[in-house]
Write a protein that binds this ligand. Structure first.
Ligand code: PLP
Length: 458
């Protein structure tokens, strides 16, 4: 029998206080931050949905692992426990630990990228795109057309457009395309999953053209849960088993362990190709650390070894996906446009539709995110033309969608926190037609969204 109420599959063992603020205090804080939510002090935020990256709560058993952490420089037992956990799900021959996912990307693309090279992906995450472009290579997004339509109900909107991939590889070939990437789930495209069938299809296209396939696997467990729920014939499978099948289709992976592996820090790069691994390890030793710890402490490796085991537990994943859908379904019921179906780790508000009076280059996502903060102390993240509009040649082009992502940290907020977020969204949506556009007053590049400053257009 199923109940309406979502039971969090844990009870609380240690608490962190939240600090209440007034709308006046929040307006002043946002002014002082140049209207950039990344520049706020976190204590001035009530419900922090900026990211699900490294913000989850660790379990009792992860904290126990931290006590067991062995800080030997080389060959620590913590490293071997980490390696065993990673290879249990992703049996690649070479695992290279890094301090974050972007460090894994930086190392891999330093080896595989360069001017004239092209890297296709269903949708590049912002750091992935930046690391490709930093080498002079070109990043190309080839998600299926449904993946760019916020209201399409396709069950696997993260899927790669196989015809487009085949056409790109036919035109450019393995000489110019060093690797094909698939991001699971598709973070920048709404947290949407990729089906097993599509992964098999990408594998076949790559085989035809002799190009290797890597997974950007940050949300592998959520992706596997969606496969179990939505893909014909998968409903009785163990999630860990689905993950192993996804891994078996790829030649390697990058990972941010701050996502599904339930860590506060960490990442890795893994592959079967020994020669490629050797070249990556050479860079690792210069930039991150010795190959048995990368940029991590032994205690971090322990937390991840345990986090990986918890990430594929069905009770946890059922709660995780249902509680994200709870927020999305409530917003839809209130008539607020969100990307559908609801993704795994976040709900994406369609700021382009909600603030239809603004031009994309007046940054409707930035405007909506600022309003959610001043109204209720809720911090989300613009995923639109601020994040993706600035082109490598300095011109501006509107992003495919203008979204505000409300990312849900893992095991951190309760249903009553989320009920409050729903109320804040309803109030902001009621006044959305009066929200101002924004202009950027200073910006670094690339990744301008982290530190740009803005002013409202009056
Ligand atoms: C977070 C993320 C990354 C980068 O990882 P960091 O640990 O933040 O450096 C890469 N790809 C995707 C899909 C991500 O979500």
């Amino acid at each position: 029998m199923t109940f309406r109420t979502i039971i969090e599959p844990f009870r609380i063992h240690s608490v962190e206080p939240l600090r209440m603020t007034t709308p006046g205090e929040r307006r002043a804080a946002l002014d002082a931050a140049g209207h950039n939510l990344f520049s706020l002090r976190a204590e001035d935020v009530l419900i922090d949905l900026l990211t699900d990256s490294g913000t989850g709560a660790m379990s009792r058993d992860q904290w126990a692992g931290i006590q067991r952490g062995d800080e030997s420089y080389a060959g620590s037992p913590s490293w071997f426990r980490f390696l065993e956990s990673v290879q249990d799900l992703f049996p690649f021959g070479h695992v290279i630990p890094t301090h974050q996912g972007r460090a894994a990307e930086k190392i891999l693309f330093s080896v595989l990228g360069g001017p004239g090279r092209i890297v296709p992906n269903n949708t590049h995450f912002d750091t992935t795109r930046a690391n490709v472009e930093l080498t002079g290579a070109t990043a190309v997004d080839l998600v299926i057309p449904e993946g760019r339509d916020p209201s399409s109900l396709h069950p696997f909107k993260g899927n790669m457009d196989l015809d487009a991939l085949d056409a790109l590889l036919t035109e450019h070939g393995a000489e110019e395309v060093p690797v094909v990437f698939v991001t699971i789930t598709n973070n920048s495209g709404g947290g949407q999953p990729v089906s097993l069938e599509n992964l098999h299809g990408v594998r076949a296209v790559c085989d035809r053209h002799g190009v290797s396939l890597f997974l950007d696997a940050c949300r592998f467990a959520e992706n596997a849960w969606f496969i179990r729920e939505r893909e014909p014939g998968q409903a009785d499978r163990d999630v860990a088993d689905i993950v192993r099948e996804m891994a078996s289709l790829a030649d390697g992976m990058t990972m941010s362990a701050k996502k599904d592996p339930l860590g506060n820090i960490g990442g890795w790069l893994a592959m079967d190709d020994a020669e490629l691994a050797e070249r990556c390890r050479t860079i690792l030793v210069i930039t991150e650390g010795f190959p048995t710890y990368g940029g991590l402490a032994g205690r971090d490796l322990e937390a991840l070894a345990q986090g990986l085991r918890e990430a594929v537990q069905h009770d946890y994943l059922r709660y995780r996906i249902r509680s994200t859908a709870y927020l999305g379904d409530a917003l839809l019921a209130a008539g607020i446009p969100v990307v559908q179906p609801i993704g795994g780790h976040a709900v994406y508000l369609d700021a382009g539709r909600l603030l239809a009076h603004l031009d994309p280059l007046e940054f409707p996502g930035q405007s909506l995110a600022a309003a959610l903060y001043t109204e209720g102390g809720v911090r989300g993240c613009e995923i639109g033309s601020v994040m993706f509009g600035l082109q490598p040649d300095g011109s501006e082009r509107p992003a495919a969608m203008e979204l505000v992502r409300l990312a849900i940290p893992r095991r951190t907020y309760t249903q009553s926190h989320i009920d409050y977020v729903i109320e804040v969204c309803e109030r902001v949506a009621a006044g959305a037609a009066d929200l101002p556009g924004y202009r950027i007053t200073s910006e670094p590049r690339p990744l301008r969204h982290f530190t740009a400053t803005y002013e409202p257009i009056t």
